[in-house]
Design a protein around this ligand. Structure first.
Ligand code: GLN
Ligand code: ZN
Length: 755
């Protein structure tokens, strides 16, 4: 059976592309040198796939920043302000991705958004009236020819027009329909040119088909492709989807002359049913996404081969494929020298997944596959009892009852009790938790990690920092203080390290956006708290002042969403285990005199299902309770805060309110106050601090700017519910601008509160 890979990680085994690009951004290497690194990586990745035995090898899945931006670029979606810079092609491209400041001009970057339900972020293409849709640049052709010159005939990959249009932002008078014809012509041009260069197949990625589609959307999709097919010849188009199923449009796809349909059998819950119900068109090949491109667990060959057999029995011509691009998994397990074999044998990163796909392809053609050594080895693994169960955790979770999800006094009453206790002024001021992580802070942490300084010295340094920041907050007159989070590298890793059931890697980087990579920890087994995590720091900070100091934790939903999850238990169960672990920390903080506890849920929205109809049943119905389970054990006089980074929750406000926090702070300064309107419409009950300035920029907001913002907020939020704070943690900022900004923030709060 033939095999296919949808896309391969491009950042490099040792993040070579990241480092080269960053050097280029700093002017330390030139364009030629950066391009050389790109070419070397492409070559290496092509041969890895070829040598593994993959038949359909992608090209143009490489990118210097982001593939959707590449597609926007090649189709001419380049606003004039970037072209006007008159810099090289690559620099124009980077200007769109990261902004540009130089003698040629000063332009901001295009915005960035989460790629479907992953933690990858794409650059949002923009269509303003200056945009001229036409073929622009040669990347896809060059990369196809480059591979051909290496002796590898590849399958060029490009984001399809429907997806491109559904993700683009239209900022001028033009709408989707206005540029459709031009776009169709560009795609025809690309397909025809690739054919003339010798391509046989082209993979057109249309993940937007797995979202809810209206009848208009379906008609729009059909009209685009009907047109495209009129102008192309023999080239075979593979319509590739992933991250879900295509239930709204599946029966209609049969009518279009695609040579292949790529369907996701893992996240696409309905994929098998759709085939069962409507059959599969005889004139097409089915690229069956069966090897998980998003998670790091080995494939269960018996399960996969069963699905393949069923499909073959239906007479379907199957190609075995990854479920999505392998971009979302780390490069190779090989470099994880510190991770014991007992764990490693269960995992497959990108390189190991190539082996799985190739092996499965072979086994699928073998009627006696169950006797092969590959299959037997795989089944021994899956039949083995994995050492991951902790009976104590299971029993504890089983004993959880309805009341454990509820605080015993309702929010209104709690507010009165807390008002009495804290006697905070109207419009109380606070920050989100972290203060600037200056070089000395990072150095202290890394010296301790490397064993260069003693634990006592490490702590002494941090305590000095805490004292300094407490004094600073008192001096400028903030009402609710924080300890500054100097001990933390990352808001998930820091907690994960204190939890049993978690594993950490050394090199398992996954691209998050551009040159930024993350190293998600792995949930291996049942999770519980091994030791108190933050108590010592918080207690110390509180001992220095009479003002309340917030205890600062990461919530269960965020910890889960930013980890590689288990596949043997449900998300709900995993989240609840983490919730109980963090609940222990919450109760310890309370017991030790911490009166306000903030439980951050920065990533709450991350795994919200792509289809609205699944939002509650498949996610919110257990994610929100997991948060509540973490927080509900405290006394009514203990105030629970939460924080979220993106205000993109206009549509789930009732669910956010239902977290039953006493206070929520969130990022609002960059959004257009829309969120405030919907808070009002939904009669939001939680007290709120919609961030009054953007911490992602070094700009210092003026007092007037902040009072203005607060004025708008007061039109929509009752005075007694409004908090004043920045929109996120301050760790990435410099000390100078932080100080100036917070002084202005306090002044503004005092002005409107007539203090
Ligand atoms: N408490 C964290 C901080 O201030 C929150 C970080 C975040 O929301 N991303 O850094
Ligand atoms: Zn934040």
């Amino acid at each position: 059976m033939k095999t296919s890979v949808i896309g391969f990680p491009r950042i490099g085994e040792m993040r070579e592309l990241k480092f080269a690009a960053e050097k280029f951004f700093r002017g330390e290497i030139n364009e030629e040198e950066l391009k050389k690194v790109g070419a070397e990586l492409r070559k290496k990745h092509l041969f890895e796939q070829k040598n593994a035995g993959i038949d359909f090898i992608p090209v143009n899945d490489f990118s210097y920043y982001d593939c959707l931006l590449d597609t926007a670029y090649i189709t001419g979606m380049i606003p004039e302000r970037y072209k006007k810079l008159g810099v090289s092609e690559l620099s124009t491209y980077f200007a769109m991705a990261r902004g540009y400041q130089g003698k040629e001009g000063d332009v901001k970057a295009l915005p960035m958004k989460k790629w479907y339900n992953t933690n990858y972020h794409y650059i949002v293409p923009e269509v303003d009236d200056s945009v001229e849709i036409r073929l622009f640049g040669n990347k896809i052709f060059d990369e196809f020819e480059e591979a051909l010159a290496l002796g590898i005939k590849t399958k060029p990959v490009i984001a399809g027009p429907y997806t491109l249009l559904s993700l683009a932002r239209f900022t001028g008078t033009k709408q989707k329909e206005d540029i459709k014809d031009d776009l169709v012509a560009v795609y025809q041009g690309i397909f025809n040119k690739l054919e003339s260069l010798g391509a046989e197949w082209i993979q057109v990625d249309e993940p937007s088909l797995v979202r809810d589609m209206s009848l208009d959307d379906i008609a729009f999709f059909e009209s685009i492709y009907t047109e495209i097919f009129k102008g192309i010849k023999n080239i075979k188009l593979l319509l590739q989807t992933y991250f879900g199923d295509v239930r709204d449009i599946y029966p209609r796809l049969a009518k279009l002359p695609f040579a292949g349909l790529g369907l996701d059998f893992l996240e696409g819950k309905e994929t098998k049913n759709l085939i069962e119900k409507y059959g599969f068109p005889k004139d097409k090949q089915l690229f069956a996404g069966l090897v998980n491109g998003k998670n790091i667990w080995k494939n269960n060959y018996a399960k996969t081969l069963n699905v393949v057999r069923e499909l073959k029995e239906k007479g379907i011509n199957v190609v075995l494929s990854s479920s999505c691009s392998l971009l979302h998994v780390p490069y190779t397990l090989d470099n994880e020298k510190k991770l014991s074999e007992k764990y490693k044998e269960y995992f497959a990163f990108a390189i190991e997944k190539l082996v799985e796909i190739a092996e499965l392809g072979k086994l699928a053609d073998d009627n006696n596959y169950d006797c092969t050594k590959e299959f037997v080895k795989n089944q021994i693994l899956f039949n083995k009892q994995r050492d991951c169960v902790d009976e104590k955790v299971r029993e504890r979770l089983a004993a959880v009852t309805e009341k454990d999800f509820n605080r015993n006094v309702d929010r209104k009453e709690r507010a009165a009790i807390q008002r009495d206790r804290f006697k905070l002024p109207l419009f109380p001021t606070t920050t989100i938790g972290s203060f600037p992580q200056t070089a000395d802070v990072k150095k202290n942490r890394s010296a301790f990690r490397k064993g260069e300084i003693s634990e006592a010295d490490y702590k002494k340094f941090n305590k000095k920092k805490i004292e300094r920041i407490i004094r600073f907050q008192e001096e400028i007159g903030l009402d609710v203080l924080v300890h500054g989070e100097y001990e933390r590298n990352d808001m998930v890793e820091y907690f994960g390290e204190a939890l049993d059931g978690y594993l950490f890697t050394e090199y398992a980087w996954v691209q998050s956006y551009g040159t930024r990579c993350l190293k998600p920890p792995i949930i291996w087994g049942d999770v519980s708290r091994r030791r108190p995590i933050t108590v010592e720091w918080s207690v110390y900070a509180q001992s220095l002042t009479d003002k309340p100091v917030k205890g600062m934790l990461t919530g269960p939903v965020t910890i889960f969403n930013w980890s590689f999850p288990r596949e043997d238990i449900s998300i709900k169960e995993s989240m609840n285990q983490i919730a109980l672990a963090i609940r222990d920390e919450v109760l310890d903080l309370e017991k030790n005199g911490i009166s306000i506890i903030q439980i951050d849920e920065a990533a709450l929205r991350e795994k919200l299902p792509l289809r609205k109809s699944d939002w509650y049943s498949e996610y919110l119905d257990f994610a929100i309770p997991a948060f509540r389970l973490t927080a509900s054990g405290v006394r009514p006089e203990t105030q629970i805060h939460t924080h979220m980074c993106y205000s993109e929750f206009t549509d789930i406000i009732p669910a956010i309110d239902n977290m039953d926090a006493d206070v929520i702070t969130f990022e609002a300064s960059r959004s257009d106050l829309q969120i405030l309107d919907s808070l009002k419409e939904n009669d939001f009950q939680t007290q709120v601090g919609p961030g009054v300035y953007d911490i992602h920029s070094p700009r210092v907001p003026s007092v007037e700017e902040i009072t203005d913002a607060l004025g708008k907020m007061r039109e929509r939020i009752a005075d007694e519910n409004l908090w004043v704070n920045p929109d996120c943690g301050l760790k990435t900022r410099g000390e100078e601008e932080t100080k100036a900004s917070l002084i202005n923030l306090v002044k503004a709060a005092h002005i409107i509160g007539e203090r």
